[in-house]
Design a protein around this ligand. Structure first.
Ligand SMILES: [Zn+2]
Ligand SMILES: [Zn+2]
Length: 247
């Protein structure tokens, strides 16, 4: 396996995922993963635990079974202002805040490209997010040029989601992801491959995303999965940028 860092993993506290935290960590350790992030969904989706769960992830040790376990969340974008569905208590405990579009109550028309772009740009510029997940989702069209340029300026990373490139979820993402990677390469953005694992066997599976990134010859020093050093540099910088925005 080429990349030993996977920053997008769900555990069975989201009932549509099938492995517990311990099963995931054990599987990651067995595969020789160096860093994983636990990133369960924010509370706006129906199949999520009480927000106390997200807060309490902070009790976990930094390293378990030889794997660095980052405490994260996959938050939901709630409106055109780019507000997220996590409160300050959750936010302040997170080592990694990822966010993206999902169908959530109250968001409004998911096909409104202008509005989606506004939401995303506002969120990025608020500096409250480290990684934007699955932006190639055809259910939420966006202006890729504006998205990528703002991500670069705000030093926010862009995820290439391996699950999106399969046959079952967010179908139609492939061409969009190609466009995003091309623009991101031109601008010099950080990207990150995410397995979006909902089962421990899928941790570190970047088979489809990896091909795309290789095909477009993406510079490895901008791929967060490529080494602990690249990741650490990114996270340290994100910490500085996020600190400005703590309420
Ligand atoms: Zn998602
Ligand atoms: Zn996910």
């Amino acid at each position: 396996m080429k990349y030993k860092i996977d920053l997008h993993i769900h555990t069975s506290v989201n009932p549509h995922a099938f492995s517990t935290l311990e099963e995931n960590i054990r599987a990651a350790s067995k595969k020789g993963m160096e860093v994983i992030a636990i990133t369960n969904h924010g509370p706006a989706l129906p199949d999520t635990p009480h927000w106390w769960h997200l807060v309490n992830i902070s009790i976990l040790p930094e390293v378990i079974d030889g794997v660095r376990v980052l405490k994260g969340v996959e938050a939901n974008i709630m409106d055109e202002y780019g507000r997220l569905d996590i409160n300050q208590d959750v936010y302040s405990k997170m080592e990694l805040v990822m966010a993206g579009f999902h169908i959530v109550k109250g968001y409004g028309d998911n096909l409104d490209k202008e509005r989606n772009t506004k939401a995303l740009v506002n969120l990025i510029n608020s500096q409250k997010v480290d990684i934007i997940v699955h932006p190639g989702n055809p259910l939420f069209p966006i202006d890729y040029e504006a998205f990528v340029k703002n991500a670069k300026l705000a030093e926010v990373a862009i995820e290439i989601n391996n699950t999106s490139l399969g046959a079952t979820t967010r179908v139609g993402s492939l061409e969009n992801c190609k466009t995003i990677i091309e623009l991101a390469k031109r601008e010099g953005c950080y990207i990150v491959l995410g397995s979006d694992s909902h089962y421990s066997g899928h941790i570190g599976d970047f088979s489809r995303a990896e091909k795309l990134v290789e095909l477009l010859d993406y510079p490895q020093e901008l791929v967060l999965n490529s080494s602990k050093e690249v990741l650490e540099k990114f996270l340290n910088r994100r910490k500085e940028l996020r600190a400005v925005n703590v309420e």
